[in-house]
Ligand binder design. Sequence first.
Ligand code: NOJ
Length: 544
Amino acid sequence: MATADWWRHGVIYQIYPRSFADANGDGVGDLAGITSRLDHLNDGTPGSLGVDAIWLSPFYPSPMADFGYDVADYTDVDPVFGTLDDFDRLVAGAHDRGIRVVVDLVPNHTSDRHPWFLESRSGRDSPKRDWYVWADSRPDGSPPNNWMSSFPRAGKAWTFDEPTGQWYLHSFMPQQPDLNWWNPEVREAMDGVMRFWLDRGVDGFRVDVAHKMAHDPELRDNPLVELGEEDLGETQEARDSRRAKLKAVPRRDEDWPEVHEILRRFRQTLDSYDDRMAVGEVYLLDLERLARYYGSGQDEFHLVHNFVFQSQPWKAEAFRSVVDEFSGLLPADAWPAWMLSNHDVSRVASRYDEGGNGQARARVAAMLLLTLRGTPFVYMGDEIGQADGEIPPDRVVDVDGRDPERTPVQWDASPGAGFGGDPWLPVGREAARVNVAAQRDDPASMLSLFRRLIWYRKGSPALRGGDYRSLPDTPGGMYAYLRGAGDERLLVALNFTGQPLEYQVDGPADGRLELSTDPARPAGGAVGLQPLQLGPDEGVVVRL
Ligand code: NOJ
């Protein structure tokens, strides 16, 4: 196994188990399926993707109201995914290949079928009543405050429980009651959950909605401000004003200061084991508040997912400004993480597509993700440029419109793309053409580009751990930066436009073209830097 700080230098690959690989042919992915595909992820040779760790979305027993993010038992495996023995085999197989295993920890809420909640709702004097957030109606009979669920379709964040005459809080679906993190017994219980998996050999956790764990203990109303999702079409000014508004009027249903106490405790638990890591899902669109989730840089999260980065429009200046601003806000020892897709957001190849350039842009996005200073998170299927699936109305299963990014990974050209029967979500329409088998031996494929980028990164101290400086004088639509460590100096230049661009590099007359996202441009030879010429939608890595 690699040594300490693997999470700083490695590439982490997200697996949504339902949709990754189906070993038993029932149309739903499972743990044995993941084990059977480990060689695709990393067999130790550049013929494989070469990732250093996998993060598994929840595979715990669950009624699946939110497809596993409603956990009914934190310390077992749902039969649809297999057994604890299957999990142990997966961890052993991954570790044999030097792949670390990170599992999802969902501490903010349980399923409403979790025995803790069943006990809590059984009566006002239940010993577990206070493990969840219960409150009385307001005098007019309405819910305790104006908090809303994060899922617009779920409406209010409160559900009334007739038998006990009180409301319970759910930041997501009514089937996902929020735990009460003010209660020390809850903290103790989650510590036990973490130890269960750490003792079983997992290398870390991705912590679901970490910023929601602590809220105003007095349950006061949120200020009435429009706090909707960012719109990808927004102008920079609109985004700035939205961010300013968020800063000025903080919400009371999340990001309460005591969340940092909880995270320090998580960190102490992790630090009592060797080499473990936690990455926080912190959906805050204020970079300053986000940076606080690293604590001192040593005592809270090791890594934090940055959703401001993920929600930028396809504009060089937008990405540059987020990366530069966030890098400047981090405490000295903190290390950024970058992610463009996951199971909650439209895939890169679809999200940035404008009139058919989705694949070309996805290639540039891959280069961005894998050459920035920080840990890249790659979402399964992005390595083949998989697009969002099309979901007919009668096949919709998710409460929040996220089925398209969760369709099965396309392994081959068979009708189920490698999945048996009728897969739980329809297979993408392009699966016969866009699949792992078709791309494996094609040097021009997206898969080949990902492999080249990841293996190049492995051999480059500058990319894995070096410093970063963005170049301020690039032409509009180009984002360029220098990465350096020791004598290694690399220039990364990314063209976010559909036009050729030229850039007069301050430095030598030429460099060596290490990588290009354009499969037609041969790498490995000299490239002129006075000026450097980029084709439309092209990114390059140049050794200086
Ligand atoms: C964030 C997860 O990524 C998402 O899939 C889930 O619905 C919510 N948290 C609630 O757990």
